[in-house]
Every structure is written in C-alpha cells, then in structure tokens.
Design a protein around this ligand. Structure first.
Ligand code: PMP
Ligand code: GLU
Length: 389
C-alpha cells in the first residue's frame, strides 16, 4: 500500500455528510459549509459556454491564459494598490488549495518548518504534512487579531523555518490584518528569508465597512517581493467553488519556476473556465455588492444571536463568512469531554452541524459558517440556545 500521509479534509467530509443528510430529507441546520450558498452569476456560466462552443477546449498556456492573467493583474493594480503587478507576476492554479500545495511542495525540503498562526484554516497543517514538512502552530494574541508580531515570529524561528502561512480575512477567525502588522511581518520574512504565503481568498468579503483589505503586494516593490506570495481564487468571492480556478501572484522569477512545475504536473487549467473567470473578475463589483450586503446582514444576525446565549463568546468577524465561538464554558458546565463532544452532541440532539475548533488549533471552540440563509441562521440560533441551556 502507499503511505497514508494525511487524513481527509474535515470540512469537505462534513460537507459531504450534510449533503447526504439533506438528500435523505433530514431536518438539519448546517453551519458547516465553507462555500457560498449563492449560485455562480449566470453571465459567468454563459461566458464559459460561449468559450467552449467557440472551440476553447484544447491545451492552453501552463502559466494561464494571457486574458485571465491580464484581468488579475489589472485588478491588483487598480483595486489592490499593487502598482507593479503585470501578467508576468501571475500563475494560474487549480483553486487556492492547489496554489498552496504547489508553493509548499517547491519551497519545503523534508523536515522544514512552516509557521501557522492559530487559529488556522483546517487544511494548512495537512498540506504541510503531505509535502513532508513540519507544521508549527503559533499562538498569537487576541488583541492582534490572532496575527503574529515580529517578536513572536522571531521566538518561533529556527534555521528550518521556511514558510509563514495565514489568511486575511481569516478562516475561521474572520479577523483582518492591519497594514502596520503586515508590513512588520513582510520585513521579518525578508530578514529571515522565510516565504510569506498570504492567503487572501476572502479579500472581497469585507463585512465591516470601516475595515480595508491590504494586499501584501501593495507593501513591497517588485524587486523586494522575493519572499512574498499572494494566493487567491474565484472560489468564494465569485461563488465558483466547483470551478477550481485560482492564482498565485509574486516575483516574476518565482512565477517562472512555479509555471515550469505546473507544465509538468497539470499542463494547464481549462481555457473556457479561464475565459469565464476573466469576465467575472472584470465585472465583479456589480454582482458582489448585494452579496456582501447579504453576508453582512447574516453576520450581524448570527453574532448578536450567539453572543446573547449565556456561556458563549465569539470573535467578531470583519471579513469572510465564519463565526468562531468559544464554547468551553458550556462544555465545562455540562461535563462534556471537549468541543468534538459538543459538536457530536449538538448534531445528535438538535441536528445542528458545526466544525470543531481543535482541527483549527483552538480546542474548546467551534466554527459556524453563515454562508446560509437567514431562516436557517435563526433556526440554528434557537437550537443553540436550547442546547446550551
Ligand atoms: N484558503 C482558505 C483560507 C480557505 O478557507 C479555503 C477553502 N475554500 C482555501 C484556501 C481553498 O480554496 P479553493 O477552494 O480555492 O481551493
Ligand atoms: N474552505 C472551506 C472550509 O473551510 C471548505 C472547502 C475546503 O475545506 O477545502 O470549510
């Protein structure tokens, strides 16, 4: 048998389980889904169909089609204040996940370490493990939005540290990094020659109007970008999770090396999907406004509802669509073992699905996705209230 390197993704396993329960007609309220409940905008689907019918069904450039890379680069320059980004700074990937995998595979030798601030997206440690690296969770301060300071990074650094990896807006925290924090981290990475993998998958889903997403590439010049990578995808912001289309942005020499591997590993990603993504990116602002508004209303609803339940404490999410909830007081009061026990019991007695936080580095916490309808959120809050009583 081949080695069993990692376990199946917990979030994907839960998504599959919920799908089966719903297909059986079970009365389940799911807060598990890390994917938008909105459909892909129809003009994007039409563009994919048009492109396919026009014959864009053959191999295309391994780096990604020029029109898509141009649309991505334009977006970096115009919206994300990253003035130097051109199509030469972009390589197309199979979603953000393949981009992360690709980077880790290239950068890490067996035994090398990746620093992962806690709480983290469930797959980060597994991806590190699958390339024979060592994931090192890094505890950070709540007051810093769970992002590391240079001093915390320095204390965790060893000569084997090769990668620092986190997302902003955060999954599961929903916190967003501030410019001064990101600048400090970028400077530390350059000093220590540690590659920053800055996962900005949820960057367009900013829920607190007073907050702004800062792109890592806006804080360095091209010549100083050797240790910085931005990872992004159409998945969450354009409701295109199943299309598997993402990208990495960075220094052109690094991009060339990544492209060479893509040419050996995946050849390319479907041209008709790239045409559709390019159109979606160019017209994103128009359809995103009502979607962000809906997520904002859901955030307010779930935050107020869950916070009003005695014993529960949440992090206010400024971005993305997750609420991270400290349920440790309830676990203690009821004499349960841990948050996995909490998740199993709330599923059994209330038919509510949550993701246990231990898988994200924080025991005693659970993650609730609010990429679901207001009705379901209201129902879920009532079930939570009854359950925690
Ligand atoms: N990064 C984060 C923070 C995520 O939540 C996810 C989950 N979708 C991914 C990366 C992977 O995204 P994709 O579906 O584009 O591979
Ligand atoms: N990223 C989503 C989540 O955190 C689901 C998809 C996945 O895990 O790859 O739930």
């Amino acid at each position: 048998m081949i080695p069993e390197k990692v376990q199946e993704s917990l979030t994907l396993a839960l998504l599959g389980k919920v799908r089966e329960m719903k297909a059986r007609g079970e009365d389940v309220v799911s807060f598990a889904a890390g994917e938008p409940d909105f459909d892909t905008p129809s003009f994007i689907i039409e563009e994919a169909t048009r492109s396919m019918k026009a014959g864009n069904t053959r191999y295309v450039a391994s780096q990604g089609q020029p029109n898509l890379r141009e649309a991505i680069a334009t977006d970096y320059r115009e919206r994300l204040a990253s003035k130097w980004v051109t199509p030469a700074n972009i390589v197309v990937t199979g979603g953000a996940k393949q981009g992360l995998y690709l980077l880790m595979d290239v950068i890490m030798e067996p035994g090398d370490e990746a620093l992962i601030p806690v709480p983290y997206w469930v797959s980060y440690p597994s991806i590190v493990k699958s390339v024979s690296g060592v994931a090192k969770p890094l505890a950070c301060q709540e007051a810093n939005g769970y992002f590391p300071t240079a001093a915390e990074l320095e204390a965790a650094y060893t000569p084997k540290t090769k990668i620092l990896l986190f997302s902003s807006p955060g999954n599961p925290s929903g916190t967003m990094i501030r410019e001064t924090q990101l600048k400090e981290i970028i400077d530390w990475c350059a000093k220590r020659k540690v590659y920053l993998l800055y996962d900005e998958l949820y960057e367009r889903l900013v829920l607190s109007p007073e907050r702004k997403h800062i792109s890592a590439l806006s804080l360095v010049d091209e010549s100083a970008s050797e240790y910085v990578f931005a990872i992004n995808a159409c998945s969450k912001t354009m409701a295109m999770t199943g299309w598997r289309l993402g990208w990495i942005a960075g220094h052109p020499e690094n991009i060339k090396r990544l492209t060479a591997i893509q040419s050996q590993m995946v050849t390319c990603f479907p041209g008709f999907i790239q045409d559709a993504a390019a159109k979606g990116l160019r017209e994103a602002e128009g359809f995103l406004e009502p979607i962000v508004k809906a997520y904002r209303a859901r955030r307010d609803l779930i935050l107020t509802g869950i916070n009003s339940i005695p014993g529960l404490k949440c992090i206010k999410p400024d971005g993305a669509f997750y609420l991270f909830v400290d349920v440790s007081a309830v676990i203690q009061k009821k004499g349960w073992a841990d948050e996995k026990d909490f998740a199993a019991k709330i599923l059994e007695s209330e038919r509510v699905v949550v993701v246990p936080g231990g898988s994200m580095g924080m025991k005693g916490w659970v993650r609730l996705s609010f990429a679901t309808s207001e009705e379901e959120i209201k129902m879920g809050i009532e079930r939570f209230r009854r359950f925690c009583d």
